[in-house]
Design a protein around this ligand. Structure first.
Ligand SMILES: Cc1cc2nc3c(=O)[nH]c(=O)nc-3n(C[C@H](O)[C@H](O)[C@H](O)COP(=O)(O)OP(=O)(O)OC[C@H]3O[C@@H](n4cnc5c(N)ncnc54)[C@H](O)[C@@H]3O)c2cc1C
Length: 321
């Protein structure tokens, strides 16, 4: 299972996990003191995830701006409190919730044209909004991202992509708030990208420059619409889900392997392997994270027994059981 990179050292995280709940709560309160943004204690993360599953965050913070975020990162680091940044669309939060602080960049929503072909988008911008902006400027290069609901920050970190393209293809540079709360710019050429992964220095991605290509608007619109139609026909978009559960191992897709294993429609509690696309798990109503995890294990065991292929989760699984 994939574990998130916390913004504190492993040792610090271990210390936080073994602290008494009370002193941990005290540290969280110190870490969020004096912020200008919104702070909600014991916030349900269900509403912040596309799967509509997840226990609470000790504190959910929506920083006002980069300066506020920098202050939060510095204070959290000093208080040894883990920070986790969330867009929420490729995520399974366990039922026990997340220790420490969860950060949403929902106020980082600005898009700016930097030059004829270069667009700067803040880390909290949702990919569909960025795709629409590119269309409005007759800029091609992001059509692959049509229908991907994640944020720009999450899509950089995950190197989100489809068979049509990936984030790395048009990424020029990123702006990051590092562990000292300082802003840094990293060029894309200094970052190693792989399938659904980017080797980014620890910190929060607060913005990205995308290098796009001028093209006729009608052509970009047509490609985008075709792709959205394809998604609607093949993916269970009417039910809460977190996109593809497993990475494609190749040469067969994860969906093909799961379907051939006869697992489509398998249900545990209110979590179900989609009838429409076997690499999606949907929440039929009141699914718990444990239901989803059991389904993930069932898929991994069955596919391995039948084919010898180990499926590696694409979704990030975080939190306490
Ligand atoms: C219907 C549907 C279809 C999808 N289709 C695709 C697809 O075709 N291709 C694809 O690649 N994905 C797809 N996804 C998954 C998802 O939208 C992408 O992976 C997206 O890039 C994740 O972005 P997020 O902001 O939701 O990040 P999250 O899922 O919340 O987080 C992913 C990881 O990134 C980290 N992170 C998030 N934001 C930041 C930040 N600003 N700074 C530092 N770290 C950060 C998190 O801590 C976590 O470790 C789909 C999801 C859904 C629900």
């Amino acid at each position: 299972m994939s574990e998130p990179d916390c913004l504190v050292t492993d040792e610090a995280e271990r210390m936080v996990r073994t602290k008494t709940l009370q002193s941990c709560r005290l540290s969280v309160r110190v870490a969020v003191s004096g912020l200008r943004g919104e702070v909600t204690f014991h916030a349900s993360l269900r509403e912040f995830t596309s799967l509509r599953i997840g226990g609470p965050a000790e504190a959910l913070v929506i920083p006002e701006d980069v300066e506020d975020l920098g202050k939060l990162v510095r204070q959290a680091y000093a208080a040894q409190v883990p920070l986790f940044v969330l867009g929420g669309t490729n995520l399974l939060v366990r039922d026990g919730g997340l220790l420490g602080i969860v950060v949403s960049l929902s106020k980082f929503s600005m898009i700016q044209d930097e030059s004829r072909h270069v667009v700067y988008a803040e880390g909290g911008v949702r990919m569909p909004v960025l795709v629409r902006h590119a269309i409005s400027r007759s800029l091609s290069g992001l059509e692959w991202a049509a229908g991907i609901p994640g944020t720009v920050g999450g899509s950089v970190v995950m190197n989100a992509g489809t068979r049509l393209g990936e984030m790395k293809d048009s990424l020029q540079a990123i702006r990051l708030v590092d562990l000292q709360g300082q802003e840094r710019v990293h060029t894309a050429s200094s970052i190693a990208f792989s399938y659904r992964h980017a080797d980014i220095p620890k910190g929060v991605v607060v913005g990205a420059w995308l290098n796009l290509v001028a093209a006729p608007r009608t052509q970009i619109e047509r490609t985008t619409k075709d792709y959205l139609r394809y998604r609607k026909n093949t993916q269970p978009l009417t039910r809460p889900n977190a996109g593809s559960v497993f990475k494609n191992p190749g040469p067969q897709t994860a969906g093909q392997l799961i379907e051939e294993a006869g697992l489509k429609g398998t249900r545990i509690g209110d979590a179900q392997i989609s009838e429409k696309h076997a690499n999606f798990i949907v929440n039929l109503g009141q699914a718990r994270a444990t239901d989803v995890q059991l389904l993930i294990q069932t898929i991994q065991q069955t596919v391995f027994q039948q084919t010898g292929v180990s499926l590696d989760p694409e979704i990030t699984i975080v939190g306490e059981s």
